[in-house]
Design a protein around this ligand. Structure first.
Ligand code: AHR
Length: 501
């Protein structure tokens, strides 16, 4: 049996331009993300600074425009001064977020160098756990001030004549979480964020600031936290952060693939709170959203105790399967559908720790299943998101009702004259006939129809079988003037691209 669905768009009905920073990611001093991930002196592919060239290439291919650093929970105990200056004088310290030993071999300047190598900007986070406004404004001075102050001259003395000019700064991380080093109440954090933002901007008025939203929508204080924090710092910040992780909790794939409906609801809820604050304050400023941690995370909540004081022990090295790739595809589509509000998003994380890229025990590199939907979205999902009229049969699952079998979004790259449809068929046993109606575009031709699918939804890529789950071209799409008929395999991720020149 085949189910039937339809997508219709008009080139004049635009949701918003895609802000390329929605294809951001995240590197934290956690597990083997930095040490043994991006940085491994002595590895055959390491450059003169110790950065692995094979990892650089895999990241570059993803075209990640911005990378959040140095945490995460790590940042709430981090003294940034420990990570700059001569490496042989850097301290080894007990790191309290993950109970490891931090060698400080990689710090702000090295990360800035690495980010340049992969073609990314840095989204810097400041420590609002153990520290505050003073350390934050000094860090902005060190990173962004040209010269003539103690901190900027120190950067120059450390070999970095040109300022890094980091534009985007996170005011702490998940400050509502009891696991956070020096967690805060909403009132404490709101005031601290406001005053810290103020002095950071006094040092560099060109920066953009992200205030912490709740650690997740599951926090007891979710909602209250957002509105209280925004009451206290609305005028000083540009974005509010959202964090969310999903998993196939009940081993129920239909339900798991519907979790993007929760992401959709989460984004709408936080946007509403921002708008309510805007209304209360009679402000002209509409706050934008930074979904700066999202992913599938299977090992979430596992104990850190056994890892005490090791250096870069493997942590949270989730192995992603086919259904995880489908879920990631659904999240990417959902983020795109909110292009008018979500201006930054970070796949958490990028290398080894809940990541699409893994460095393996044999010294090699593995691209996980989730690498591919991210690669496709980042490569082809730039331009304008068009308002789609979608019709699709729906299903109910344990946690969700009226889940459309078709999850899709349409992006128009006007300059290249290319339309891309990202589509997931959530049906686990039936293929889907998709009618595409692009009537306002005139005649079009098919560029490609890429498919990611596998009969076994638990299939993974491994060192022994690295190509188990990889995309292939040749999906079924037939064009007729300005419409097309596609066939989407059961449980598949599809990228259908048309030339509309
Ligand atoms: O991404 C891993 C961790 O998840 C981050 O350190 C923290 O912010 C979140 O809880």
């Amino acid at each position: 049996m085949t189910i039937q669905s339809k997508v219709m768009v008009d080139k004049n009905f635009v949701v918003a331009d895609v802000d390329q920073r929605i294809y951001g990611s995240f590197i934290e001093h956690l597990g083997r993300a930095v040490y043994g991930g991006i940085y491994e002196p002595g590895h055959p592919s390491a450059d003169e600074q110790g950065f692995r060239r094979d990892v650089i290439e895999a990241v570059k291919a993803l075209q990640v425009p911005i990378i959040r650093y140095p945490g995460g929970n790590f940042v709430s105990g981090y003294n940034w001064e420990d990570g700059v200056g001569p490496k042989d004088q850097r301290k080894r310290l007990l790191e309290l977020a993950w109970w490891t030993t931090e060698t400080n071999e990689v710090g702000t300047n090295e990360f800035a160098d690495w980010a340049k190598l992969v073609g990314s900007d840095v989204m810097m986070a400041v420590n609002l756990g153990t520290r505050g406004a003073d350390a934050a404004r000094n860090l902005v001075d060190y990173c962004n001030h040209p010269s003539g102050s103690y901190w900027s001259d120190l950067r120059i003395a450390h070999g970095y004549k040109e300022p890094h000019r980091f534009k985007t700064w996170c005011l702490g991380n998940e400050m509502d979480g009891p696991w956070q080093i020096c967690a805060k109440t909403a009132e404490e954090y709101g005031r601290l964020a406001n005053e810290t933002a103020k002095v950071m901007r006094w040092v560099d008025p060109s920066i953009e600031l992200v205030a912490c939203g709740s650690s997740s929508s599951g926090m007891q204080t979710f909602g209250y936290w957002e509105s209280t924090v925004l009451d206290l710092c609305y005028d000083q910040v540009d974005y509010l952060s959202l964090h969310t992780y999903y998993n196939n909790n009940y081993n129920d794939t239909a339900n798991f693939l519907a979790t993007s409906l929760d992401l959709d609801h989460f984004i709408n809820s936080v946007a509403s709170i921002c708008d309510a604050t805007q209304a209360k304050k009679r402000s002209k400023k509409k706050l934008m959203l930074s979904l700066d941690e999202w992913n599938v995370w299977k090992t979430i909540g596992s104990s850190r105790a056994e890892q005490r004081w090791q250096i870069a022990p493997p942590e949270f090295e989730d192995v992603y399967n086919m259904e995880d790739a489908l879920a990631v595809g659904c999240y990417l589509i959902t983020i795109l559908k909110h292009a008018d509000r979500v201006k930054m998003a970070c796949l958490a994380q990028l290398v080894n720790v809940i990541a699409p890229i893994t460095t393996t025990a044999d010294g090699g590199l593995l691209l996980q299943t989730t690498y591919y939907p991210f690669l496709h979205a980042s490569s082809y999902g730039r331009g304008k998101v068009l308002q789609s009229i979608v019709s699709s049969p729906v299903y109910d699952s344990k946690d969700f009702t009226d889940v459309p079998y078709l999850e899709s979004v349409v992006v128009y790259e006007e300059e290249q004259g290319v339309i891309t449809i990202f589509a997931v068929n959530r049906h686990l046993s039936e293929s889907m006939a998709l009618d595409v109606d692009l009537r306002s575009f005139g005649e079009m031709s098919l560029l490609e129809h890429i498919v990611l699918e596998h009969d076994d939804l638990k299939a993974v890529n491994s060192t022994a079988s690295p190509q188990q789950v990889v995309p292939h071209a040749g999906g079924s799409t037939v064009v007729d003037q300005s419409s097309a008929k596609s066939m989407l395999s059961k449980a598949s991720w599809n990228v259908i691209r048309f030339s509309v020149k």
